[in-house]
Design a protein around this ligand. Structure first.
Ligand code: TIU
Length: 229
């Protein structure tokens, strides 16, 4: 049995069925002129996690474990964007308007791409979603089932919006989820902290949290055990 030292108690790694989920590490949320800034947010908090997410991405690549990249974005005709979502924020720029990186939160636009540091490699899965949760109106559940995924290490932005919604959706589908504390970020540090606490309260009611160092240590032990099994 291989364990990751985690909150609220150790997280047990499976022999197989482990995947990495990277949520919405897009220019629209991390760079000036995108959706996050259009909503009035200070985007500087989000960049801080890029090296940590990259380290986890590289580790999963080296272990040849499945990687799922999620993107929040809408079809160019906005047919998948409810008017309620478009009207929120009350900023100068709305979803679909032309900003500094192309049309805000529209699939295929420069600003909607994953940041270059974390660009998906061939063989990795990229799933676009129109909402905050990655299971809503996507084929993610089918894909995870096809890949035999039972356990997800979760990273990305923003902690209390798309990350938390997705982790709750995954948990309700029976997936054992661990959110990496220093590989997720919010525009509101207090909201991030509260989310980490509420996820693992009540004996891991939604799942576990751990630092990237704790996850990487667990993965090293996991690899050594499998290699010499
Ligand atoms: N605004 C905000 O905090 N988040 C989003 O709109 N989407 C994601 O969390 N990706």
């Amino acid at each position: 049995m291989v364990l990751i030292s985690a909150q609220p108690y150790d997280y047990q790694l499976p022999v197989k069925g482990l995947g990495l989920l990277i949520i919405d590490m897009q220019r629209d949320f991390l760079e000036p002129g995108g959706f996050g800034e259009a909503l009035g947010n200070d985007i500087s908090y989000l960049r801080q996690i890029v090296p940590t997410v990259k380290q986890l991405l590289q580790t999963f690549r080296s272990l040849q474990l499945p990687i799922f990249h999620i993107i929040e974005g809408h079809a160019p005709d906005l047919s998948d964007c409810p008017n309620s979502k478009r009207q929120r924020g009350r900023g100068n720029l709305k979803i679909g308007d032309v900003g500094a990186m192309g049309r805000i939160l529209v699939l295929g636009e420069p600003g909607n791409a994953i940041i270059p540091e974390l660009s998906p490699a061939s063989g990795e899965f990229v799933i676009s979603k129109p909402g905050k949760g990655a299971f809503c109106r996507t084929n993610l559940e089918k894909l995870l089932n096809e890949q035999g995924i039972t356990h997800l290490i979760i990273t990305g932005v923003t902690t209390e919006v798309c990350v938390q919604t997705t982790m709750r959706e995954a948990n309700d589908r029976g997936i054992e989820c661990l959110l990496v504390e220093d590989a997720t970020a919010s525009y509101f540090p207090d909201f991030k902290q509260a989310t980490l606490e509420m996820i693992c309260a009540q004996g891991a009611i939604i799942g576990w949290t751990a630092t990237a160092a704790e996850v990487l240590q667990g993965l090293r032990t996991w690899q050594a055990k499998l290699t010499f099994a």
